[in-house]
Each structure stands twice: as C-alpha cells, then as structure tokens.
Design a protein around this ligand. Sequence first.
Ligand SMILES: [Zn+2]
Length: 538
Amino acid sequence: MPDVPGATGRKVEIYDTTLRDGSQLEGISLTVDDKLRIAEQLDWLGVHYIEAGWPGSNPKDDEVFRRAVSELDLDTSTLVAFGSTRRKAGKVDSDDTLRHLLDAGTPAACIVGKCWDYHVTEALETTLDEGVAMVADSVEFLRSNGLEVLFDAEHFFDGYKRNPEFSLRVLEGAATKGASRLVLCDTNGGTLPDEVERIVREVVEYFGSDVGVAVHLHDDAGTGVANALAGVRGGAIQVQGTINGYGERTGNCNLTTIIPNLTLKMGVETIPADRLERLTPVAHHVAELVNMALNPQAPYVGESAFAHKAGIHASAIIKRPDAYEHVPPDTVGNGTRFVVSELAGKSTILLKAEELGLQLDGPQVNDVVDTLKRMEHEGYHFEVADASLELLMRRATGWEQPWFSVESFRVITDDLETSDAAGTAGGVSTEATIKVHVGGERRIATAEGNGPVNALDTALRRALGGLYGGLDRVHLTDYKVRVLDTQKGTGAVTRVLIDSTNGDRTWSTIGVSENIIEASWQALYDSLVYGLLLTAAP
Ligand SMILES: [Zn+2]
C-alpha cells in the first residue's frame, strides 16, 4: 500500500444515500421494491450505513421503512432514516418530523439542520440562538429514545467561511447532546479540495476525539470525489455519497470511485477488503434498478475503464499489465478488455480470443481479420459491439448457437387512421410473426409491439415459449439508429446498436443493412443469442 500521510492504516465508514439524496436526480423514479433491492445490494457490498429515505415526506418512503424493517435481513449495514430538526419555536415531543423518525423503526437517524447564519436569519427567519436550540433539542430527543443520531450540517462549508463561530456553535449543540457524527455538508457543491481539507481539519481539531466528523459532498465543481479524499486527509472518519454518483444537479460524491481510491490508493480500510471485487457488479446492478445506462467511462467500474485499443501495444499490455493499468481491474470486479476494430492485426485478435477463452488456429485468425475488415467497410463498428464481435469469433471456430434456428419472420405495420367500430383509438400498430425450429419442433408465434424491434423481440421470446429460463432476465436497455450515408437519405445504409442486460452484465450488439428492420433484427438476434450464451456458460 502506498504511504499517504494522515490516511494509511485508518478506517473510514461508508454512508450511502443513494435511496435518499441520490434519488433526487432527474429521471430517477424508484419503486418500493427497487429501493429494497438496492438496499440489499448495498448491504452485500458492505457499506456501513444505508440512508433509506425521509419517513413522513411521502407514502412511498413510509412503505420503504415499513417493509425494510420487516423484510430486509441486513448483514453489514445499519439502516438510517433521514429527517430534519424540530420546527422553530416548537416542542420536540409534538413534532411530526421527529415522530416519523421514531416510527420508522431504524436504529439510527440523520437529521439536517442549518449551520449558515444567513440561512437561519433569512430562510428560517429566527434567531441564531433558536437555530442552535432546534438542533440540540432534536438530537437530545432522538438520543433519549435510543437512536444513534448523525447530525447533517447543511451548508456547513459556506457558513463556516462567513461565520465560523456560529457554525461551530451549531455543531457543538449537536455534539454535547450525543450526536455520533457531525456531517459537514457542501450542499451547494462548489467548495474546492484544499478548502475542504483545511476546514475539516479545523473542525476535527476543535472537537478532538469527542465526536467523529463526516463529509457529505456534491459534485457541482467536478471535485466531489477529490473533496472526499481531502476530507479524509483532514481527519473525517465517514464519507457520504451515492452509488454511481447519482444525485441532483451534477450528483453526489461517487462512492464507486471514492471506495477504491481510499482502499487501493490511500490504504484506508472502508468496506470489507474481500468485498471490493463486488464493486463493479453492484454499480451495474444498481444502474439497472434505477434504469439508467452506466457511463462506460466511469472510473473503476465502467465498461471502458480498463479497455485498451490494443494496436502495437497489445502484446506489451498482456506481458506487463501494470505498465498500462493504474490498478489490477479484478480488484474491483472489472476486467481488462481489448477493443478490436478494422485496424486490428492478428496479434490483437489472438489476444481477444485469449480474453474470451477461445482457441483459434492460424487460418481461423486470418478468417476473422478478413471478415472484420470487410464488415467494418460495410458499416459495422465492432469497437462498440463487443457481444457481436464475440459471436463472430466463435462462429469462426465453427461454433453455431444450439438453441434455435429461424425459418423466417415478417413484420407488418398498420396506420389505423380512425377509430374502429369498437371505439379503439387509432394510431400505428406493429405486428411480427416468426417461424423457428427449436428442439426438433417448428413453432410459429405472433406478437404486437410498439415498434418492429419490440414486436420481433416479443414474438421470438413467445416462439421459444419459456424453454430457456435465462432469457426472462435479458432485456434491451437502449436502441440506437444511425444513418451512415446521409447523401442517400432513406436509401442509405442503417446501423443499429442494441444494448442489453441480464441484471449482472450488459452487452452491445450491432446490425447493418439498407433495411432498418433487417439491421435491427441482426442486432436483436445477436443480443438474445449472447444472453443465452451467458446463461449457458458456467
Ligand atoms: Zn446532499
């Protein structure tokens, strides 16, 4: 382990707020079941705290806590309910927010309070003394009801820069009443690492070993992860953040980046060491549950994080991976990937074959190289369609997919201009019919869909009729069409890319044709065959 002053040998708690702060991201809408599944993933990864929501703020979060407490069997994580302090000039024992926190039934609560004097006088419109009392009373009340209390110091860095005496008084109010963690929040996300480190250090020195300091950081200046590293250098013993950096605006501190940075580069103990390899699967699984494609360039866990466009370096990378990769990819559950394109020579193809565990002889390698060059000339682009490339290479060894063969398919699209006699609304309807041979039997299936790809996908699955259980988990996550020769307009060649997932793995397939249905079919066919291949593999 590298020796980093102020960090090596230390332990830092990981506090996940994907389910609360992370779900503020535009476009994320999680069901109660999604939230419970994400909590299971976080526990499996081994984070210390899971903030599951804000009880009392909406019926969904209430149900999350009701079911989480009874259904989840958490192994490593402590469940936390989030809320605010009591109202101004109110009483703790008649405060709805605090009562909801108790009703949530979790062992810990995290309550937010204002630490910037300007917010207290202008937004809350109360005195600074009352601002401190709201925090102190609320911490005391929750502690006296047996809860661990973390105090979330809103706008701490901005407030501290303007009026440190007041910001520290608020923290003191929480600490003296028994808060276990003082969570310094960069709520606007605009603070830079050197300031975070300095301010965290000053707070840590002020409180000594009486209470632990945590950091909660947003990525508005693009330094969310860097700020967390700085906070740990300054003495923070807990980092809050979200899986894949989800969160409003530009997101929260990305836990999938911060965890390996702390563990592998700063020698800080975070999640259990033997679980670090779960990071990539968890990042992908959570992306799947929030229904947002994971950024392929995400550090450590992205598809491209350890992808090499091999070229002349290919054999060198194999011999000395440490010269080309900043950490061994398998430590975080990812893997080295060689990106193959028409520029690929024989050595790259051999490397790719080795990566896939395929045995290719000399003529087969030549065959793959020639086929790649010809197909890329026609418009295929295998760099972005790893699964289609793998299938192509497997076919070069004489492999044929054993699961089904397609006799023919047909797609009909009707434009129903007006309502029919039964009063059904008009619109465009698509229907696909497919004839396949499976297990010595000829099967015909028809399905409707909201477009040709959807109709074909449904018809093929129907024709296979539940024979292959693994297919149930496979679904398409993205469908991209690109017209390659714009001069020809609709007569041009169309390239279709389909992204698919089975919940654990994602893959991309490609089709190219002058006919968009044919191009879509090629990509769809490869997608499902690859999904079956993954299921069949040990
Ligand atoms: Zn936040």
